[in-house]
Design a binder for this molecule. Structure first.
Ligand SMILES: [Fe+2]
Length: 178
């Protein structure tokens, strides 16, 4: 068993657990019923990702996953830094953030979670199980988010750019098989 791979998966798992909570908090803090339902749905989707990581951790602990990273310690360091960024984002969010602030936080959160290590592990899990359901679900998760972001961005260029960055980064990571 390669413990660094288990540690990487645990950090991915923890990131999605933080996303579950962040979106549930946005749902609670949203006065707009339609948006509250949207954030609650995103939180539910993140719960699916949490389950995925629990399965991946079980595989890794049994030694069923190959070490996909050339430099796992560097990946671990980057993921720890990603967690500091996530914590900062969540901490800076007030109890009832406005629509633009909420979407900006969520978009930055999704971008952080597009670190190549996540994509690389999705691919390995998909090829081991012969099932692309999770990858397809992740594409739908991001596409759905970016679509609503576009509808709610009020033409805000910085927010629209974040949406484009999410789509671009996910497409690139799929192209590269990361
Ligand atoms: Fe997400």
């Amino acid at each position: 068993m390669d413990s660094s791979l288990v540690d990487i998966i645990q950090l991915c798992h923890l990131a999605d657990r933080k996303a579950v909570k962040a979106y549930a908090d946005l749902a609670r803090g949203s006065a707009d019923a339609e948006l509250a339902a949207f954030w609650a749905e995103l939180s539910r989707q993140e719960i699916e990702h949490v389950h995925h990581w629990q399965v991946a951790a079980g595989y890794a602990e049994r030694g069923w996953l190959p070490q996909v990273f050339e430099r796992p310690l560097e990946v671990l360091a980057e993921l720890r830094e990603a967690h500091r960024s996530i914590d900062r984002l969540v901490m800076n969010l007030g109890p009832a953030p406005g629509v633009l602030t909420s979407f900006t936080m969520a978009a930055e959160l999704e971008l952080i979670m597009l670190h190549p290590s996540f994509g690389a592990l999705f691919e390995v899990m998909a090829s081991l199980s012969g099932d692309t359901k999770f990858l397809d679900g992740y594409t739908a998760h991001l596409d759905g988010f970016v679509r609503v972001l576009g509808a709610r961005a009020q033409g805000n260029p910085a927010l629209l750019s974040l949406g484009e960055a999410i789509t671009g980064r996910w497409q690139r990571s799929k192209l590269l098989g990361l």
